[in-house]
Design a protein around this ligand. Structure first.
Ligand code: PLP
Length: 397
């Protein structure tokens, strides 16, 4: 079957990791793939998760299937995290949440669901966006449109351009937005700007699809959901794809959620029925372990507090590395202004390094950065920051 068929290209970011693994340079640094690393360069299992897993293994009595939508306790905990425990959305029962295999699974289930009822819609994404957004929605059969987002001049959001484009999105189309810690740029909308976006969504009748993969990596778990609360208060239909890959470190447990919010509880029940039929013919029902462990952390006040502390530690470590990188470049006499890196949020930084510099760093210094200059700041450690600053300073000479 495969004789006449060309191999598919390797995934750009995962391909970079393969190249990194086979590089024999002892000083090599991977600033490519988007996973959190601690100062020892490892991706740790959070202590709150270890404790929950121990309890889980001791108390679980079956590996029987979960419901199609996953554990109901998990869904309830996800909703509290997304909207706040006292949210009107929860009290009125107008949110339908399912446990999906990661944030990616949530995006795909959402895309398949939308394709059934909005077959001719276009999916609008920010320029730039996480590469897989286009892939997922293209695979689900959607055409893709782009709205302006990152302004290389100001190193911030081109909010005027974004809003003007969103004003022209036809009713029924879908607009994907990153709630916080935008991947790959690290620049986010601020509160008042979200109010304006919500107003446009309401007035124009397009469907907001919020990608919330980094809750807690911006300002804090509660602070970061401000935009979600604004959409909820508007009483309109919208989707949220959320993920515990990063904030609970559950990458390989595939622990995410799709939440479909509707104006009324009756509509929400209809939405849930169709979400379930979409899942049934795809993966049938979700894996249990990650969701049950996450739910245990969110349900137990001591574990929850421990988690909040561990998220703060991850967030602070990344902020600290941003400062060390910027100050390290200044100390080496680099003329180019990199101070904006300190202002960016989340794990990523659009560094402003050109593709030539990125290629040079890989060839000569074994420093791996994604084309376009996106740096995973969490790949920096107190042990490698000096080496990385020296290398960038040399490259920019
Ligand atoms: N959305 C964005 C913007 C991401 O960066 C990621 C992961 O890198 C995801 C969604 C999906 O995460 P996962 O499927 O690993 O939970």
């Amino acid at each position: 079957m495969w004789k006449e068929i060309d191999a598919a290209p390797a995934d750009a970011i995962l391909g970079l990791t393969e190249a990194f693994k086979s590089d024999s340079n002892p000083k090599k640094v991977n600033l490519g793939v988007g996973v959190f690393k601690d100062d020892q360069g490892t991706t740790p299992i959070l202590k709150c998760i270890k404790a929950a897993e121990k309890k889980l293994v001791e108390t679980e009595s079956t590996k029987g299937y979960l419901p199609i939508s996953g554990s109901p306790a998990y869904a309830a905990n996800v909703q509290k995290l997304l909207f706040g425990a006292d949210s009107e959305v929860i009290a009125s029962g107008r949110a339908a949440t399912i446990h999906s295999p990661g944030g990616t699974g949530a995006l795909r289930v959402g895309a398949d669901l939308l394709k059934k009822f909005r077959p001719d819609a276009t999916l609008w994404v920010s320029t730039p966006t996480w590469a897989n957004h286009k892939g997922i929605f293209t695979a689900a059969g959607f055409g893709i449109g782009d709205y302006p987002y990152y302004d290389p001049q100001t190193k911030g959001v081109d909010f005027e351009g974004m809003l003007a484009a969103l004003e022209n999105v036809p009713a029924g189309d879908i607009v994907l937005m990153h709630v916080c810690c935008h991947n790959p740029t690290g620049v986010d909308l601020v509160g008042g700007q979200w109010d304006q976006v919500v107003e446009v969504a309401k007035a124009k009748g397009w469907m907001p699809f919020l990608d919330f993969a980094y809750q807690g990596f911006g300002d804090g778990v509660e602070e970061d959901r401000a935009a979600v609360e604004k959409f909820a208060a508007a009483g309109i239909d919208f989707f949220v794809a959320s993920s515990f890959s990063k904030n609970l470190g559950l990458y390989n447990e595939r622990t995410g959620a799709l939440t479909v919010v509707s104006p009324t509880a009756a509509e929400s029940a209809v939405a849930m029925s169709h979400i379930k039929t979409t899942i049934r013919v795809n993966y049938s029902n979700p894996p249990a372990h990650g969701g049950l462990a996450a739910s245990m952390v969110l349900d137990d006040s001591a574990l929850y507090d421990q988690w909040i502390g561990e998220v703060a530690e991850m967030r602070d470590r990344i902020r600290n590395m941003r400062a060390l990188l910027v100050d390290g470049l200044v100390a080496r006499g680099v003329g180019q202004d990199f101070s904006f890196i300190k202002e960016q949020r989340g794990m990523f930084s659009f560094s402003g390094l050109s593709n030539e510099v990125v290629a040079w760093l890989k060839e000569n210094k074994a420093i791996y950065i994604v084309g376009g200059g996106r740096i995973n700041v969490a790949g920096l450690t107190t042990a490698n920051i000096g080496y990385v600053c020296d290398a960038i300073a040399e490259a920019l000479k």
